[in-house]
Design a binder for this molecule. Sequence first.
Ligand code: F6P
Length: 328
Amino acid sequence: MGSAIKKIGVFTSGGDSPGMNAAIRSVVRTCAYLKVDCVGIYRGYQGMIEGDFKPMDARSVNNIINKGGTILKSARCDDFRSAEGRKRAHEQLKKEGIDAFVVIGGDGSFTGAMIFNQEFDFPVIGIPGTIDNDIFGTTFTLGFDTALNTVVEAIDKIRDTASSHNRLFFVEVMGRDVGHIALNAGVGAGAEEILIPEENLGLDRLLESLKRSKKSGKSSSIVIVAEGDKTGKNVFQLKEYVEEHLPIYDVRVSVLGHMQRGGSPSCYDRVLASRMGVKAVESILEGKTNLMVGVSDNKLILTPINKAIKGHTKIDKELIRVSEIMTT
Ligand code: F6P
C-alpha cells in the first residue's frame, strides 16, 4: 500500500476490559502483515508523554489472545488533559517516528484522541474497549460479552446460596452511567428485579414487586443493581430499606466489583477484537482518521469519534419488557 503512514502506535487507555490484548495482537499482526512498523505505547497517554515505547512485531503478541487485562498496561492520565502534556506527547511520537495511533479504550480515551487530532492533525483511530458497552456507534464494545458471562456465572452461584437460605440478594454490578450489564446479565441470570440508571422505577415499585414475588410462592430473589442506578440508595441502603419495610425478607448484599473487568475474553470478544484491529489499521493506511471502529448488524462500521463520544447508547426497551414477563 502506498500510504504515507509507515509507523503506527497502539495503546490501551482508561479502564481495562477483556479483549484488549486480542485487539493489540490484531493491530500488531495487521501491521506486520502489511509491512508497516508498529510500536506499543505503555500506560496509555501517560506512557506517550513519557516516551514509554516498545517496537512490536508479530512475535511480540504470542499467547495473549486468551489473556485478560492489557499487556501494554492502562492508565487514566491527567497530564494529557493539558495542552502542555499533549505537546510533550506529540514531541515523543515525532521523535519515535510514529505517524498515527490506534487507541483502545472508552469515551475519555477517545476525547483525548480527538483533541490531539485537532491540535496536531495527527491521524487517530479508536477501538471501543470497555465492559460498560456505553459507546455510541457500536452494538458491542470489547469486553462487554465477557463481563456478562462473568456476572451471570457469579449470580448463578449466588442463586444457589440464596435459594438454600430463602434469601433476597442485592447484587451490584458495574455500569457507572448505563445499565447494559445489569439488564443483560439480569435477564441471563433470571433476576427478579433490575435497577438501572436509565429507568428509575422508584422504591415503592421495588417493594410491590418483592411482595408479589413472595406471594407468588418464590422463596428467594435476586435483585441486580447497576452501580449508577437512580433510586438514590446504594445496595447497602437498599438492603436496610427492604429489611425495614418488608421484614419477612432475609437480605444480603454482594458487590461484584472489579472481578467483572478481568478474566479470559469470550470467543465473541476475541473475534470482534481481531476484526476491529484489522479494520483500524487498514483504515489508517487508507488515510482515514478521527474515526472509531464499531460493529452493527455484525458488519464493521466507522463512526466519527466526536459522535461516538457525544452520542448516547440506548437501553433495549424490548429486553426490559422480556425481563418483566420473565419475572411473573
Ligand atoms: O470500565 C468502566 C468501569 O467498569 C465502570 O463501570 C466503573 O464505574 C469504573 O470502570 C471503575 O473504574 P476504576 O475503578 O478503574 O476507576
